[in-house]
Design a protein around this ligand. Sequence first.
Ligand SMILES: *Cc1c(COP(=O)(O)O)cnc(C)c1O
Length: 375
Amino acid sequence: MTRGPGWIEVDVDAIAHNVAAVQRELGTTPLCGVVKADAYGHGVDLVLPVLMAAGVGMIGVTANDEAHAARRLGFRGRIVRVRTALRDEIEDAAPAHVEEWIGGLAHAREVDAAARAIGRRIGAHVSINATGLSRDGIDLRRAGGPEEVAAVGALPGVHAIGVCAHFPCEDEHDVAEGAEEFRSQSAEAAALLAAGVGRRLERHCATSFAALSVPASRFDLVRVGAALYGDTSAAPGLLRPAMRLLSRVAAINVYPPGRTAGYDRTHRTARTSRLAVVPLGYADGFHRVLGGRAEVLVGGRRAPVVDRHAMNTLLVDVTDHPAVQVGDEVTLAGAQGGDAITMQDLERASGQIAADLYTAWGRLLPRLARRGGPT
Ligand SMILES: *Cc1c(COP(=O)(O)O)cnc(C)c1O
């Protein structure tokens, strides 16, 4: 691994723990382990072997890279795409045998055309708008909706395997209502798709939150991503966070009271201040919105990020941490000593969901696997 200004550390044992915990909660319901966005930034190469060892027979991807990587790693189970793909992507996914997510009749025609190009039918899950996400599902309650589903089923290149939906909100009540609506609408859609075929279609709509907090949403399988990485508000205490974001103190300087620090003069020193330079910034995925709001751990204690961030640098006030020296490890997410910068801390500081941050870190920074539990 090349050493960079910062890195992410992925706790492989935590992921194994989470997979086992989710499987225990689910009982006999099959788990589709979602590894989109390169396993939510944790790395398909690290996560796939864990899923395979746990006997997970189905994964969810978005990009073809994830599907091809899974096959290279020896995964022989089913691969389902959990978004609508472009025609070129669908054709390029042929060697990995990806089941496609059908987002309406026009999209189904693209899948059908791709099937002709690759010379075989393509397995497909037809999205319906039972939960009211109104993103890619066919609306069965709209005039012409049922006919649209039937027309998808009649396309020769589309081999309907499942009926699916996706929840708009992580709210128990909202999910429970959506699951009830999905129960009736997915039965209707399955009947339309399987007309004359007599095949039973798989029905699925649950994500981590739904699967763990509303068992009635589980149906034939659940598509679980965030929980595998320990990032869900459902089932508190059940799961372990799997990613830390780390760097080191590159420089420390002392400034007198009344100086402004960083761009736009947003911070003013109220006393003689020791400011530590950490060589990460918004171009590394530590978003600018965290400036002046986030805290980091250094020397096992919290210290505030004071400036508004540069592209590759941020400033931490370590005045109250006299022992901190150049070269000391800085934890921007995750545990250090007895404390931790949690995903909830980062969500509060950024006003964004944590996945928006850590998927970027996974893309932009070197990744180090850790095994053997918490240090
Ligand atoms: C990302 C995604 C999932 C997994 O959601 P989590 O909340 O991460 O468990 C399931 N289904 C679809 C369609 C998705 O896009």
